[in-house]
Design a protein around this ligand. Structure first.
Ligand SMILES: Cc1cc2nc3c(=O)[nH]c(=O)nc-3n(C[C@H](O)[C@H](O)[C@H](O)COP(=O)(O)OP(=O)(O)OC[C@H]3O[C@@H](n4cnc5c(N)ncnc54)[C@H](O)[C@@H]3O)c2cc1C
Length: 340
């Protein structure tokens, strides 16, 4: 190799290229989502999963607000490099815009990035299959455990079975379930290089029009430490709010709901917990007037402590509960709230 480095200038250039390709050799590309100027909790969890792959990590952040979030992340000694594109085209993470960029990064100098990881958020769920299709790779979605850089545990059949999956693809693409990994703690021990990257032409014909966000003073359901959830047993929207809001306020909890409660119009569908809703694993989950159908359990059974309040002592929710309270929610919840 040394014989290549004859002139002083070319030695610098060649050796720097060589060093940078070595740094990326056999490494992980992590997609980091931001909300406003901050990194989302599910992305911090995906970054923890990325550290468990045991390879150098390059994080990629996109959109006009990404620079500030990138400079927060740049303090982490767990990250080796950060790529940022501030193009407004990446605001709102339209998958038609984002996937060509990610595919390009993964294709560029094939073999450099052996792994790609994204949070299993709505954005990640939109992105991962597209990138998989564009690279002709089978992604492994919603992993809950990293066994090695190509082998993972993921739930199947609404969480009733856990499968261990080994990817044989050259590049391993995964999404990580937020509740299964603790958020990465940014240790402020480093100053990671940030590189700006260009917008990649996508030929996209879809356009972001508008979004309606339900604003709530309650913590975010996906990352709250305490969740108070209500089901059909709470009868209607007025009772749902009257019973759950004071309890949630006392506990600083997020509010969740069963699908039956959502379908009956008790609350917005963004609060649904379960197989087709959010998957949560708070320190404390209080289920009020919820029967405990498997599709609901799929979204909350990994909570650390489960309290169930139901008037039917045969209710299946009691099979997963750590603390069972058999009683009428309209009597016991106000009493509990008052005692708290
Ligand atoms: C493909 C598919 C996906 C699904 N996805 C989800 C999902 O993501 N999340 C989800 O939750 N469900 C989901 N479901 C629906 C699920 O099967 C159940 O129908 C739903 O969870 C039931 O909600 P519930 O427990 O609120 O209602 P119910 O099953 O009607 O239970 C109400 C409970 O309230 C109790 N109760 C009544 N009055 C009182 C009182 N005064 N005090 C105390 N307790 C009382 C009753 O004893 C009962 O146990 C899905 C179903 C399918 C088929």
């Amino acid at each position: 190799m040394l014989s290549l480095f004859r002139s002083g200038t070319s030695r610098t250039v060649i050796s720097r290229n060589f060093a940078s390709s070595c740094a990326r050799l056999n490494s992980t590309l992590a997609f980091v989502e931001t909300s406003g100027k901050t990194i989302t909790p599910s992305s911090l969890s995906a970054l923890t999963a990325a550290t468990q792959l045991g390879k150098p990590i390059t994080a990629v952040l996109l959109g006009s607000d990404s620079a500030e979030a990138a400079s927060q992340l740049a303090k982490s000694s767990k990250i080796n490099k950060i790529l940022v594109s501030k193009s407004e085209k990446y605001d709102h993470y339209l998958p038609e815009e984002v996937s060509p960029l990610i595919t390009n990064l993964l294709k560029d100098g094939a073999g450099d990035f052996t792994n790609f990881i994204t949070p299993a958020s709505a954005v990640g769920k939109n992105l991962l299959p597209r990138v998989g299709a564009q690279l002709d790779v089978q992604p492994v979605s919603d992993i809950i455990k990293v066994i090695s850089a190509d082998t993972f545990v993921r739930p199947a059949y609404a969480g009733n079975a856990l499968m261990t999956v080994k990817s044989k693809d050259k590049q391993v693409l995964v999404s990580a379930r937020g509740s299964a990994f603790p958020p990465l703690e940014i240790d402020e021990g480093a100053s990671v290089p940030i590189e700006e990257i260009e917008y990649v032409e996508s030929g996209n014909i879809t356009e972001f029009v508008s979004e309606e966000i339900i604003k709530s003073e309650r913590p975010d359901l996906g990352s709250a430490k305490v969740v108070v959830s209500g089901g059909r047993g709470l009868k209607n929207k007025e009772e749902f709010d009257k019973i759950l809001n004071p309890l949630a306020a006392k506990l600083g909890a997020a509010i969740g709901a069963s699908r039956a409660a959502v379908d009956s119009g008790f609350c917005d569908n963004s609060l649904q917990v379960g197989q087709t809703g959010k998957v949560v694993a708070p320190d404390l989950y209080i289920a009020v007037g919820i029967s405990g159908a498997i599709q609901h359990l799929a979204g909350m059974k990994d909570s650390k402590v489960i309290v169930a309040i139901n008037k039917d002592e045969e209710s299946p929710i009691f099979n997963v509960a750590d603390i069972s309270l058999v009683g009428d929610a309209f009597e016991v919840v106000p009493e509990l709230t008052e005692k708290l």
